[in-house]
Design a protein around this ligand. Structure first.
Ligand SMILES: C[S@@+](CC[C@H](N)C(=O)[O-])C[C@H]1O[C@@H](n2cnc3c(N)ncnc32)[C@H](O)[C@@H]1O
Length: 271
């Protein structure tokens, strides 16, 4: 069980502001950045030749980047819940869920909303700085009794027993710097900890996003822009991750500046 409870030139793309049409975005065709970097012998153009050490290095640099970003911009996503969290509350209630596991909760705009709505929440992230901000706000909002936090890297197995939670939520977490193999392993873990009939709501940036193909290519559809590495999802990956689940919905939406283009996916375990 979980215990109780920098420099970021591109941070504007990650804060919560009303969506608006894309202004000046330099977009390369899919795969162009990877091909160009490979031609130039750039050590970051890894793709198929990527080693475990390369993946580890990327993961560590991403953790540092998120730590620095939350430290420099406390509460950067704002206090209002995201649109997918509002959707998730309705889906969780319909399923009769009471406890929610959130992965990649950051400073907790959504975890705290779930708690205010009466759910018991276990919020995880690999950034202790983000989770500290979450706990501070949980106390000030008087919902700290219903929220626990745990520092956890989703590349590791979840520290929860089988069939122990009713619902799992992950907004913009599966599309972080995770390989396709790591994403499949993570969804297998989500499946393991969910009770039969459990609901999984997640969102990912997809290949229709303006940053797909731009910036530094890390292979496996992962591109780094402004220090943030993102795995852009194609529809085939969403369908593959729903194998053995009921895929209830794939909903396209936009969030924030740029805007980010995302899919909100809702899938349910058979009873
Ligand atoms: C785009 S932010 C979204 C934060 C939060 N879900 C929200 O929408 O307010 C992605 C979050 O995932 C976390 N993260 C990235 N890679 C992770 C990993 N491998 N394990 C756990 N958390 C990770 C980051 O620290 C960050 O808080």
């Amino acid at each position: 069980m979980f215990p109780k409870a920098g420099t970021c030139l591109d941070v504007a793309h990650h804060v919560s502001r009303p969506s608006r049409p894309t202004a000046a975005v330099i977009k390369s065709p899919p795969g162009a950045a990877q091909r160009a970097a490979t031609r130039l012998g750039c050590p970051r153009a890894r793709g198929k030749g990527k080693t475990v050490a390369d993946e580890q290095e990327l993961a560590e640099s991403q953790r540092r980047h998120w730590q620095d970003t939350y430290a420099a911009h406390p509460g950067m996503y704002g206090e209002e819940p995201s649109e997918p969290a509002v959707h998730a509350v309705a889906a969780f209630r319909t399923a009769g869920a009471q406890d929610v596991l959130e992965l990649g909760a950051g400073h907790g705009r959504d975890a705290l909303f779930f708690a205010r709505e009466g759910f018991t929440v276990q919020a995880t992230d690999f950034s202790p700085v983000g989770l500290e901000q979450l706990r501070d706000v949980a106390r000030s909002q008087g919902v700290d009794e219903r929220v626990t936090t745990a520092v956890h890297d989703v590349r590791e197995p979840l520290a929860l027993p089988d069939a122990s939670v009713d619902a799992v939520f992950a907004h913009m977490l599966l599309c972080m710097a995770l390989s396709t193999k790591e994403i499949h392993a993570l969804v297998a873990e989500v499946r393991r900890v969910l009770r039969p009939g459990g609901v999984f709501v997640y969102t990912v940036r997809h290949t229709g996003d303006a940053h797909y193909g731009a910036g530094t290519a890390h292979g496996d559809d992962i591109f780094e822009h402004g220090g943030f590495a993102v795995h852009f999802f194609g529809r085939g990956l969403v369908d593959a991750l729903a194998d053995g689940w009921a895929l209830n919905e794939v909903h396209a939406f936009e969030e924030g500046e740029l805007p980010r283009r995302l899919w909100r996916v809702t899938q349910t375990l058979p009873r």
